[in-house]
Structure formats: C-alpha cells, structure tokens
Design a protein around this ligand. Structure first.
Ligand SMILES: Cc1cc2nc3c(=O)[nH]c(=O)nc-3n(C[C@H](O)[C@H](O)[C@H](O)COP(=O)(O)OP(=O)(O)OC[C@H]3O[C@@H](n4cnc5c(N)ncnc54)[C@H](O)[C@@H]3O)c2cc1C
Length: 70
C-alpha cells in the first residue's frame, strides 16, 4: 500500500485524490487543506453580474472530499 499526501484541497487536489482513489483503491490518500469552505469560482462570474449571490458558491469542504480520503 502506498501513502499519498496532497497539499491543498482545491479543484486540483480534490480531482487528483478522487482519480487516484478510483484507480488505486488500496492507497492511503490524505489531503491537507486549511480552509473549512470551498468557493465554486466559475459561479462568481454570475455573482459579479448580479444573477446570484456569493453564498450560493460556498460549500463545506468536508462535503466535497470524496469518501475514503483522509
Ligand atoms: C471568477 C473566476 C471564474 C472562474 N471560472 C472558471 C471556469 O469557468 N472554468 C474553469 O475551468 N476555471 C475557472 N476558474 C479558475 C478555477 O477556479 C481555478 O483554475 C482552479 O480553482 C485552480 O485550482 P487549484 O487546485 O490549482 O487551486 P485552488 O482551487 O485555488 O485550490 C488551492 C487550495 O490550496 C489551499 N492552500 C493554500 N495554501 C495552502 C497551504 N500552505 N497548505 C495547504 N493548503 C493550502 C487553499 O485553501 C485552496 O483550497 C475561475 C476562477 C475565477 C476566480
């Protein structure tokens, strides 16, 4: 079993962790992420246009980390 530590649980970190877990399910994968919340930035374009509000772009980080990832 290999151990992988990913620094940063943004778009890149979470995508990489999810892909590795799918392809190497026995690996022990940990994400180190200081923020409790993730903001979905593509939607900020619509926030700027006044079509939605910033709260709509805010998600709890723990809800986005795939199952089986530390
Ligand atoms: C207004 C706007 C609109 C956008 N629209 C689009 C779009 O339509 N399509 C598209 O593909 N992209 C879009 N993007 C770009 C997209 O959001 C970024 O390219 C993407 O989030 C980058 O991913 P990342 O993982 O490199 O960085 P991030 O998603 O920023 O993740 C980095 C993570 O590292 C963490 N971190 C920072 N310092 C440390 C540390 N010292 N130790 C541990 N963790 C740390 C941060 O808390 C963060 O969670 C948009 C961006 C903006 C601002």
């Amino acid at each position: 079993m290999k151990k992988v530590i990913i620094i940063g649980g943004g778009t890149g970190g979470i995508s990489t962790a999810a892909k590795l877990k799918r392809e190497r399910s026995s690996w022990d994968i940990t994400i180190i992420e200081p923020s409790s919340f993730h903001y979905y930035r593509p939607l900020w374009t619509l926030v700027g246009a006044g079509l939605t509000n910033k709260e709509e772009t805010k998600k709890k980080m723990e809800d986005l980390i795939p199952d089986g990832i530390n």
